[in-house]
Design a protein around this ligand. Structure first.
Ligand code: 1OR
Ligand code: 1OR
Length: 388
């Protein structure tokens, strides 16, 4: 996987047709932006914008600027799945006005082994993570298997969107038209998902996806995708909006960047006294306090009693903790305990790296503050600085 990350932007509040939600920003390279209606803007004209869901960022091999090849996609295989709808342009998503709620439930019967494979395929897909068990069941019921052969075009850029796809197996190339020519810009290898953009924004397909091996996909129809997955993602953003808008550190992010953080958060609940973080453990996430209070306590190995834990601070709603180990690459510097029933929103390290880059400097400044306090509380110096 190349070290290029894409920014994802789904802004339900963005302006109307053809504007607000139409482009991709590729971070880490000065690659290019594009509009989901198929026209590219020139290199370097980077603009914040739409792109693929975060799980795709994690599963997709992305071609760097140099890797982008002029290789055309293989000869098109017309498939029976393609369903043409009237062309539509980008639209603002308003779940309250979404009349697709009345749609009938779709059920494609599956064998036990198909169900097991499907459950495995969707396990790492972020869009599915906020579904409640009933919604998950409905989505899984609605998904149907599609087998593909090498060179088969699963999606053609410019077509209307019918299905969203989750990869069960197989490898797939991604082609995008740049200056009128199809360029190979990335690939999927046995995992990930694609085809969400056209369904989210009611725009033509933004890329061509071609199977490069035999493979199996799980398809979800547009109506079920919008009715359940899209609505759910929207609710999640609304749920975390207040919390994130009130985290001072995140003020340096644009609104849409905060929304991306919202997409990546997972709520975890703790009972009074439960450990959320243990000092000395390795770290794979940070937290924001959603409800309740978190007590931070620390042992000092240089103290007379190295096992004695001292409370050093408390975090309340909107505060964050657990960022230090991610910034310094050190083990956890302190332990964190729930005080009463507490809810925290967890951001995993991959999302942290991808989304909170602009806030890292602010977090690093806090290290000095922590070190001063350690000196005051324990009377000795503890090294919290970054380790390589
Ligand atoms: P869709 O519904 O538009 C094509 O149908 C799908 O290809 C699209 O949703 C994405 O899920 C997926 N740009 C646009 N779409 C992409 C890209 C992509 N990669 C995968 N898809 N880029 C490639 C980045 C490596 C950006 C090119 C500028
Ligand atoms: P972490 O990933 O090391 C424990 O996991 C978290 O506790 C840590 O990130 C901080 O987010 C949080 N010193 C060290 N960690 C602290 C402190 C702290 N306060 C909160 N955390 N001090 C308190 C400063 C007011 C200094 C202690 C003497």
């Amino acid at each position: 996987m190349l070290n290029t990350s894409l920014r994802n932007y789904w802004d339900p509040d963005s302006r109307a047709a053809g504007q607000g939600h139409t482009c991709v920003a590729i971070e880490g390279t000065e690659a290019f932006s594009f509009s989901v209606n198929g026209r590219f803007r020139s290199r370097g004209q980077k603009r914040a914008g739409v792109y693929a869901s975060s799980e795709q960022e994690d599963h997709m091999d992305v071609a760097s600027d140099d890797d982008i090849s002029d290789e055309p996609p293989p000869k098109r295989i017309l498939d029976s799945y393609k369903r043409r709808r009237q062309s539509v342009c980008a639209e603002r998503y308003d779940p309250d006005a979404d009349d697709e709620d009345d749609d009938k439930k779709v059920v494609h019967p599956k064998s036990d082994s198909q169900r097991t494979r499907l459950a495995q395929a969707v396990a790492s897909i972020l869009l599915f993570k906020s579904l409640d068990p009933e919604q998950m069941q409905e989505v899984l019921d609605a998904m149907f298997e599609r087998k593909v052969v090498p060179d088969e075009h699963v999606i053609d850029q410019g077509d209307d969107g019918d299905n969203f796809y989750v990869i069960d197996s197989g490898t797939y190339n991604i082609y995008v038209k740049i200056d009128g020519t199809d360029k190979h810009v990335g690939s999927y290898d046995n995992t990930g998902s694609f085809g969400e953009l056209a369904l989210m924004y009611n725009t033509p397909r933004a890329a061509t996806i071609v199977a490069t091996s035999d493979g199996v996909l799980w398809a979800l129809d547009r109506q079920t995708f919008r009715r359940i997955l899209l609505k759910n993602a929207y609710k999640k953003r609304k749920m975390y909006e207040n919390l994130l808008d009130n985290v001072p550190m995140l003020k340096t992010l644009e609104q849409f960047e905060r929304m991306k953080v919202a997409d990546a958060l997972m709520t975890q609940s703790f009972e009074d006294g439960e450990v959320i973080i243990r000092q000395g453990d390795s770290a794979d996430c940070m937290y924001f306090v959603e409800e309740g209070v978190v007590r931070i306590a620390m042992k000092n190995k240089n103290a007379d009693d190295p096992d004695k834990e001292l409370e050093v601070t408390r975090c309340k709603q909107g505060d964050y903790f657990g960022e230090l180990a991610l910034v310094t690459n050190n083990p956890r510097a302190a332990s964190a305990y729930a005080v009463g029933k507490t809810k925290v929103a967890r951001l995993d390290v991959h999302a942290f790296e991808r989304l909170l880059g602009p806030c890292k400097e602010l977090m690093k400044r806090n290290i000095e503050l922590y070190e001063e306090q350690i000196h005051e509380i324990f009377g000795s110096k503890l090294q919290l600085q970054e380790s390589q």
